[in-house]
Design a protein around this ligand. Structure first.
Ligand code: DC
Length: 219
């Protein structure tokens, strides 16, 4: 059995940045489950599947073989044998991931892969349903959040740094809509597990959050 840390929370709360740092310090594997939903979304977009057509999503998702490898400590997502890390970080793919991730067939396939990874390794896994569904017996559970304005500004800065054109107001509106979808879906909605520790990162530095979570692991 591996040691399992579950970090859930809304988009832009800083989950991946923080989980990566914790993994490095603790010598755990960082499992980015959002990247798996994004890879699935990329496949659906490539195949012109309508995000509202759940029967088509259920059918098409069977063809997507998603696997994970680690190279130099970095998670690489393969979609049908192709490294897709360079294609999954766009707003279009993020929105499709949010729209297609409620599908039970998509979830079943990816949750199985996530459980397998956690069973054999020490992991820090981040997502929306890790503490509630994927790893209900995780050793440490954190619900990491921040205000939508702070999260929008962080996403905006990230996109600008990558040279992408964007609008802060549109990003905040997208974040609020995505939160609503993630929190109100029927299947594995985003919510704080009863035994998760709430961490609001709005006014905390990255290192303060990392140290707070490592303290929980060491306790
Ligand atoms: O964390 P992210 O932005 O990369 O996630 C993209 C979408 O995938 C998000 O809108 C919800 C979905 N997701 C999910 O349903 N369950 C997870 N464990 C992780 C992500």
């Amino acid at each position: 059995m591996g040691y399992n840390v579950a970090i859930d929370g809304p988009a832009g709360a800083g989950k991946s940045t923080i989980a990566k740092k914790i993994a490095k310090k603790m010598n755990f594997i960082y499992v980015d489950t959002g990247a798996m939903y994004r890879a699935m979304a990329l496949y659906l977009l490539k195949n012109n599947v309508d995000c509202k057509d759940s029967a088509a999503i259920s059918e098409k998702c069977k063809e997507a073989d998603i696997t994970i490898k680690y190279e130099n400590g970095e998670q690489i997502v393969y979609l049908n044998g192709e490294n897709v890390n360079g294609y999954i970080r766009t707003e279009e793919v993020g929105n499709m991931a949010s729209a297609s991730s409620p599908n039970p067939d998509v979830r079943k396939k990816l949750v199985e892969l996530q459980k397998k990874l956690a069973a054999t390794s020490d992991v820090v896994m981040d997502g929306r349903d890790i503490g509630t569904c994927v790893l209900p017996d995780a050793d440490v559970k954190v619900y990491l959040t921040a205000s939508s304005a702070v999260r929008a500004k962080r996403r905006y800065d990230e996109l600008i740094a990558k040279g992408e054109e964007c609008d802060l107001e549109v990003i905040e509106k997208d974040i609020i809509e995505r939160d609503y979808r993630d929190m109100n879906r029927e299947n594995s909605p985003l919510k704080q597990a009863d035994d998760a520790v709430l961490v609001d990162s709005s006014y905390m530095t990255i290192d303060e959050v990392v140290d707070a979570i490592i303290a929980l692991i060491k306790k």
